[in-house]
Design a protein around this ligand. Structure first.
Ligand SMILES: C[S@@+](CC[C@H](N)C(=O)[O-])C[C@H]1O[C@@H](n2cnc3c(N)ncnc32)[C@H](O)[C@@H]1O
Length: 311
């Protein structure tokens, strides 16, 4: 019989099936970023905890230097896989794979670094923020005030208005999309620069709600019919080189229920609200955009005017 959290976990896809872990291992951007951040942050002899270990790959990166790695995973299938992989990889014996809920587990001794990659764009679906906040509370009670270093250390979240094409061989379907970063998307016209709407610093207490209302200066004429969500994870701060090792999630593009026409120079106001760990539709349902300042007199439709489709 599943308890309430397990039912919700399954529903929200917390239990990513084994075959999806192959996609994560194949995501070079993610893998390289974590590998270099872990190589930088984990110094010889350190104790490391990973929450949500999956295949155990990040724990194994840490084992190159760490004296001991506690790798916590809740999905019994993945626990089995991770144990199997540790047995066939050098230094795998430094990783203890533990079948436990990250909301409840605490290591038997203080650790230097906590790695957690329960990260979805915009901090939706997966429980990163809630898991880390719960961990900090319980860890302090057991070990005192000094917290380990978290990886990622911080997360920046931004939004950007788009004119997005939703034509699929003549079939019009405004639907959530994920986009590669660092490539040109011919189907997306960026109508304004991105704006940061939230910064999560895991060393500080973090709330679970993101309610935002912000303004953009429109840079080119178009129909704002979608918002792109950008999530940049600051995996590790490299103080000696005054830089950071980052991982940029795939972009997520959500359609607007009520698109608006805008012209270069207009000011567009956008609002949305959602909870960390919430569903994609819960954010999509709150997305609103309106032109609140018109640059030209004969320019745009009234803010409330809805235009149906990509032009
Ligand atoms: C995005 S995957 C990352 C896996 C692995 N760290 C990697 O980087 O390839 C998140 C993992 O967290 C696990 N997970 C989700 N909720 C959990 C919980 N409450 N306790 C422990 N593990 C959990 C999932 O089963 C999944 O394996």
């Amino acid at each position: 019989m599943l308890n309430e959290r397990e039912i919700e976990s399954c529903y929200l896809g917390q239990f990513i099936p084994v075959h999806y872990h192959h996609n994560m291992l194949m995501d070079n951007n993610r893998m390289h970023s974590f590998k270099s951040a872990i190589a930088h942050a984990v110094k010889p002899g350190m104790k490391v905890l990973e929450l949500g270990g999956g295949t155990g790959v990040l724990s194994w990166f840490a084992a190159a230097n760490a004296a001991k790695v506690y790798c916590v995973e809740f999905n019994p299938d993945m626990v089995q896989e991770a144990r199997k992989f540790m047995a066939i990889n050098e230094n795998g014996d430094r990783v203890e794979v533990i079948h436990a809920d990250a909301f409840e587990y605490l290591p038997p001794e203080p650790v230097d670094i906590v790695i957690c990659e329960m990260i979805h764009v915009a901090m939706l679906r997966e429980k990163q923020v809630e898991v880390i906040e719960s961990f900090k509370r319980r860890y302090r009670q057991k070990f005192g005030d000094k917290l380990p270093v978290f990886m990622p250390e911080a997360v920046l979240m931004a939004a950007q208005p788009l004119q997005q094409e939703y034509d699929f061989e003549g079939f019009y379907a405004p639907i959530v999309q994920f986009q590669e970063t660092a490539v040109v998307h011919n189907n997306s016209a960026e109508l304004a620069q991105p704006a940061v709407y939230a910064v999560i610093d895991f060393t500080q207490p973090n709330g679970m709600s993101y309610a935002w209302q912000g303004k953009f200066v429109v840079e080119r004429d178009g129909t704002v019919n979608a918002m792109r969500f950008i999530t940049k994870n600051i995996l590790s701060v490299v103080e000696e080189r005054a830089t950071t090792i980052d991982w940029l999630n795939h972009y997520m593009v959500l359609p607007l229920a009520r698109p608006v026409r805008a012209r270069a120079g207009d000011v567009l106001e956008v609002s949305f609200a959602y909870r960390a760990g919430g569903s994609i539709p819960s954010l999509e349902a709150t997305l609103e955009a309106a032109v609140v300042f018109e640059a030209g007199q004969d320019a745009v439709a009234a803010p409330s005017d809805a235009v149906p489709a990509y032009a």
